[in-house]
Design a protein around this ligand. Sequence first.
Ligand code: GLC
Ligand code: CA
Length: 539
Amino acid sequence: MSAEPMQDTRPFEHVTRDPWWRDAVVYQVYLRSFADGNGDGIGDFPGLRARLPYLAELGVDAVWVTPHYVSGGADGGYDVVDFTAVDPDYGTVEDVRGLVEDAHALGLRVLLDIVPNHTSDQHPWFQRALADPDSPEAARYHFRPANEDGGDEPPNNWQSMFGGPAWSRTPDGRWYLHLFTPQQPDLDWRNPEVVADFDRTLRFWFDLGVDGFRVDVAYGLFKDPAYRDNPGIYSPTLFGHGPEQAMTTNQPEVHDIWRRWRALCDSYAEPRMLVGEVSLADLSEVGRYARPDELHHAFQFRLLKSDWDAASFADTIAEALTAFDAVGAPAPWVLGNHDKARQVTRYGSVRRARAAALLMLALPGSAYLYAGEELGLPEADVPVASRRDPIFFRSGGKRAGRDGCRIPMPWEASRPNAGFSAATPWLPQPAGWPGHAVDRQESDPDSTFTLYQQALMARRLHPALGSGRASVTRHGDVVRVDLVARDGEPGPVTCWVNMGSAPVTVAARTLLLASSPGVPGPVDGRLTLAADTAVWVSR
Ligand code: GLC
Ligand code: CA
């Protein structure tokens, strides 16, 4: 970690960013908890629309909105009853059109969330399938006959990701497959009617001007056609599904669907984009979903699932860069989402969460932010009586579930319900919530909001940040990422992160940005980096 001679760093230059999605920063909105426009305690499209200027001010490129469809309400909107209708809680199709128009006027793109693996059990197809085992609708799901011996054993050992068997019985004794709750029957993607119907859904929203989709469970649409047992049991503490889930995930046919959807996206004059949830442990397998004619982005969740540990971060980043480079795709980085406890709580402090954010935002590729992480929100402790997440209930309370990261946003400290709604919010906000409010943070130069805003601005302007080439090394508890612009000019920038407990001295010529206030500037090409801090420096 010695100082090296450096040329003068040029002032930031604007980078041409084409296509836009390669290095985009996408902000995930949990629609029900973002902003309430009509005062019923539930976030909605008018509320989100009114807050778009906030997202432009923060400096993101796109918004991803969690499912907004008419839903059975069993899994936070991921159980869809009608893929071309808006849940009245959230507004109307016209509200979506208005959202897209306003977003585009602000230079923001809009991604919706599509759920192709399953429908709601309230979906007209499934209702018809229940009524008539010989209907074409029944052939769109995975039904297995009742056991001949009349026994209660499910057709195989497949488990629901939310706990318990992945099979439930219909009143007439048939079994149906649901990899999530029993209210989310899995579709059979070998049925061409299913394929054709989703083409129509994509077109419906694309024709409205929507810029793309986040694709739920993109690694799981196909299942073993012979319904053979899985070799093992999935553990939610792992980095993702592996060979133990060989019969229910990552079937080869799924790639044909992504090629089909990509061609559909590319048929628009302004091509639409897709980001898939690919929860596989093997990052080279994840990379295959992002080949040039498949998904634009394939989420890998290893970073999301890494503890505050230098080796884990450094190894994951290096492996992900290799896996996505191999297919010429940008790596999508994620530290938080609606399925995971918030960083502040997982890492143990807001200071660490801020350092991790600076590391992520330096990396080449796209970055996904989850609403509220720019405010440094902690995971909330949700009273049992207010819990909603099926994971909590299906695990008999053994797994905490995801309600704690889905609490309504704090906007204005002194307004009722921290400015989220005039009415009582659908999930209770903890007592400390107003202290995190946007209006407190916007004017505070040391706030987490300001840090994200500055980082996003620097990332937009400096060609080595977010879109350059990275090499990752680890020195004990210190992660070092060296970044150069693709054309080599200007730069380089180094991101140092001290994940240990003692201060370290690192090489630095100019301090560009620090994750914590009070980091002293470099002296004689060296800078002292306190524990749990990250910096962007030129060297
Ligand atoms: C994805 C979503 C999660 C949902 C599940 C079932 O993992 O991110 O929230 O519960 O799919 O649709
Ligand atoms: Ca509302």
